[in-house]
Design a protein around this ligand. Sequence first.
Ligand SMILES: Nc1nc2c(ncn2[C@@H]2O[C@H](COP(=O)(O)OP(=O)(O)OP(=O)(O)O)[C@@H](O)[C@H]2O)c(=O)[nH]1
Ligand SMILES: [Mg+2]
Length: 264
Amino acid sequence: MRPDLEEQQARESEPTSTEGKPDRLPKTLVVVPTYNERENLRPLAEALLALGEHIEVLAIDDNSPDLTGQVAMALSREHARMRMLLRPGKMGLGSAYVAGFRYALKGTYQRVVTMDADFSHDPAYLPDLIALTAESDVAIGSRYVSGGGTRNWGLRRRLMSRLANWFARVWLGLPARDCTAGFRCYRREAIERLPMEGMFSRGYGCLVEILYRLVREGCTVGEAPIIFVNRRACRSKISAREVLAGVSVLWRLRRSYGKLPRRR
Ligand SMILES: Nc1nc2c(ncn2[C@@H]2O[C@H](COP(=O)(O)OP(=O)(O)OP(=O)(O)O)[C@@H](O)[C@H]2O)c(=O)[nH]1
Ligand SMILES: [Mg+2]
């Protein structure tokens, strides 16, 4: 790890313990995993923080070679509601989410949002997602419900996403149209029920795995439409290996726990 990041990593910023603000919106931690998102992190974090005092942002950076970690450090010095967790190397999206969940449980956050740093997930949808958690334990920013969709995705990406979702529904019995979406809001109580130690996946497969495990624990799922826009800056990280790892997670979940029962 670079020496400039070493010192900072030792002092990860602390979660706050103040209660929600008088506007009564639930105190929300927005977890943003980053790997090579130098150009995206600042505009995204500032757009999120501008949504209101109830929002705090946690950037989880895995020692990105483009020094996104330095942007996270600068932001956390400038903004009281900006937090950071700098890890020594690339550990995968799933492991970043779990680190974010653990961080949230140490504080008094009532909601935890996960979203990508690359503006595929528009911060403007955040209030809708938080509002939906009044009735569901998990709210998904969904591309595959009425009003949702994708922009600038090639045929291969569209097919892969549809196929993964079809498997998640038919093979695992998940009760959602968009099971692979990373833009989600969780109630704190849902995160508390997630068996994090036993997770199979450290990469992208975690999206299906988290949803599967939560539904198995009895959590309810709602979906709000979003238009997903393909990244506008920096490079994609999804490799063929990641796709294979995702398929193996579906297989392991089905083999270990079976298909989820139909909801009444
Ligand atoms: N901390 C951390 N973040 C990661 C890792 N892998 C991906 N990310 C971040 O997770 C989010 C989703 O990754 P993306 O590469 O955008 O995946 P995607 O949106 O499915 O695909 P593209 O946008 O086409 O690249 C982004 O904010 C990434 O920077 C990782 O190993 N560690
Ligand atoms: Mg992306």
